[in-house]
Design a protein around this ligand. Structure first.
Ligand code: ADP
Length: 540
């Protein structure tokens, strides 16, 4: 609008003032319909707004979308039309307001979207159209029309332009808000999806240390359902006493982490051991969340169950130190005898028998070394879940007799075997022999010379049961409870060499067959019995 127009008419300024209130009012508009109504009200207050239209322009599709329109006090729904040749389209194209004093003589008749009335096409005779601008861009138009010719002058055009300017700001605010909301929704959705698919447990705590969000993995780890945990309530106000033991133990263990977050300190990585039920190790990391001004707002706690990882690491260390410890002796013996053999051969001393004896000792100790390596390998297979069972028909009683037979020559004990006629099943012969040899050699190892070791093999309809009873050092209750753990050796057994792997591995083999293994003892010095069952039929 040329500046001269404003200078020319002092009244214009006063009327412009009248249009001001549209600013705050349109600023309150929550949606486009609201905005239409406030724009209409302000326009109708200062000029003829018999017909009033508020439209937005979609550049991409070159479509004019009428938000709503007013005709003689009645509100009509909007619609859309492609950018055309009419005055509205012209204003959108040029971005310049337009005054139509006499429609009939100045341009094409306006087509009202709500159509005809009483079968008669009613058309306005004059109008003003102002673009709604955002900088250079045309966002839409406001148009006031009258059924009278000459209903508007240039001052009306100015006023409408001013109302359109406020309308433009409101549209931009709304669009920005819509965009922010859409963005926030998208982020919230993405966050939800990420949290749900995370295998690590995640807890978000607020500045007071109250848990405000936790993902599925965290609920599972804590064994908490949504009824037990009140989100946003500090832990001290939760009904913790009604929580499952795991949840209580974890939250108690997390107290120092939550305190650190309250004070604005992150924790790179710490480990927490849980002792309720089976021993579990959790790795805990926590990062402080801060406001834009840097004030701590609580933080994110990440928990990962690293039990399996720690177990595997410990296994590797155990295997390494066992290999180191147990291989030194046979290697030293082999070396010693090989040296002696070499000396005998090069000096020509020693008869054939002496040479034979040396070679035989080397072989025996090399076999021991090979057995040791096999055990270590078997244990690592068992740990990794790779222990395979190759079943074939076998008689457990016959095998017990055979194993006992093999041990008798070296044993300084009486070995008795009592077996049912035939105890047949399909089991892994090599593996079951390992179990039998382990329990029988333990019985000999942990009982005084001259005592009796009794092996019994029985069967009922479902299971075969092997019991190996000795009159040895026996076990107390706490030893009985820990006996089958990897590397466990009872205090009373430590004078006798061993690696604490045999029973652990035997139990693994029995379990892989679907059987059960346990030990019985009345106490120290009262002997013990090691027993296992094997199902007669393979269970699915
Ligand atoms: P190792 O005998 O090499 O130490 P095992 O895994 O075979 O390893 O046995 C684990 C522990 O169980 C032994 O160290 C010993 O404390 C105890 N144990 C095993 N068999 C007997 C037994 N027959 N009598 C008493 N204690 C036993």
């Amino acid at each position: 609008m040329p500046a001269t127009l404003i200078g020319r008419d002092a009244q214009i300024q006063a009327r412009l003032e009248a249009a001001r209130p549209v600013g705050p009012q349109s600023a309150d508009a929550r949606n486009l319909t609201d905005l239409f109504r406030s724009l209409y009200e302000e326009t109708a207050r200062t000029m003829d707004a018999t017909v009033f239209l508020f439209a937005l322009y979609d550049e991409a599709s070159e479509t004019v979308r009428v938000v709503r329109q007013m005709d003689r006090g009645i509100e009509h729904p909007g619609g859309s039309f492609p950018l055309g040749k009419g005055f509205t389209s012209e204003v959108i194209r040029t971005g310049t307001p337009k005054l139509i004093r006499n429609w009939a003589t100045e341009g094409p008749p306006v087509r009202l979207l709500y159509g005809t009335e009483a079968k008669e096409l009613v058309t306005p005779q004059s109008g003003v159209v102002a673009p709604i601008l955002s900088g250079e861009r045309v966002l839409g138009v406001l148009s006031a029309q009258s059924y009278r010719a000459e209903a508007y002058d240039s001052a009306d055009l100015l006023r409408l332009a001013s109302i359109a300017a406020h309308g433009g700001m409101a549209v931009q605010r709304m669009r920005a808000k819509e965009q922010r909301t859409a963005e926030q929704e998208r982020r919230a959705f993405e966050l939800e999806a990420v949290l749900a698919t995370m295998t690590d447990a995640l807890l978000i705590v607020d500045a007071r240390g109250a848990i405000v969000q936790l993902n599925k993995a965290a609920r599972e780890l804590l064994c908490l359902d949504s009824a037990s945990l009140v989100l946003g309530q500090p832990l001290e106000q939760q009904r913790v006493e009604q929580w499952p033991e795991t949840a209580r133990e974890i939250t108690a263990a997390l107290a120092p982490t939550i305190d650190a977050l309250r004070l604005g300190t992150s924790i790179a990585e710490a480990e927490v051991e849980l002792h309720s039920g089976q021993l579990r190790v959790l790795s805990v990391g926590a990062s402080v969340l801060r406001s834009a001004s840097g004030i701590p707002q609580g933080g994110v706690i990440l928990l990962r169950d690293v039990t399996a990882q720690r177990d595997l690491e410990r296994l590797r260390e155990d295997i390494f130190s066992m290999a180191w410890h147990d291989m030194q002796a046979p290697i030293a013996v082999i070396r010693g005898h090989a040296e002696l053999l070499q000396r005998l051969l090069s000096s020509g001393e020693g008869d054939g028998k002496a040479l034979q004896a040396e070679a035989a000792l080397i072989l025996t100790h090399a076999d021991r070394l090979a057995d040791l390596l096999t055990t270590l390998f078997d244990v690592s297979c068992l740990e990794a879940g790779l222990l395979s069972i190759a079943r074939s028909p076998m008689d457990l009683g016959a095998m017990a007799r055979e194993v006992a037979e093999g041990m008798r020559p070296a044993a300084r004990h009486e070995i008795k075997v009592a077996s049912d006629e035939r105890v047949a099943g399909e089991w892994d012969e090599g593996r079951i022999r390992q179990v039998l040899m382990n329990v029988l050699s333990n019985a000999l190892k942990y009982s005084p010379e001259g005592t009796t070791v009794t092996v019994s093999v029985t069967a009922d309809e479902r299971n075969a049961t092997v019991r190996v009873r000795d009159q040895g050092i026996g076990l107390d209750r706490s030893e009985l409870a820990r006996l089958f753990r990897r590397g466990y050796r009872a205090e009373s057994a430590k004078k006798i060499p061993g690696g604490g792997l045999g029973l652990y591995f035997s139990k693994g083999i029995v379990a892989a067959h679907g059987g059960r293994m346990w030990a019985e003892s009345a106490g120290h010095g009262k002997g013990s019995a090691f027993c296992f069952t094997l199902p007669l039929e393979e269970r699915a």
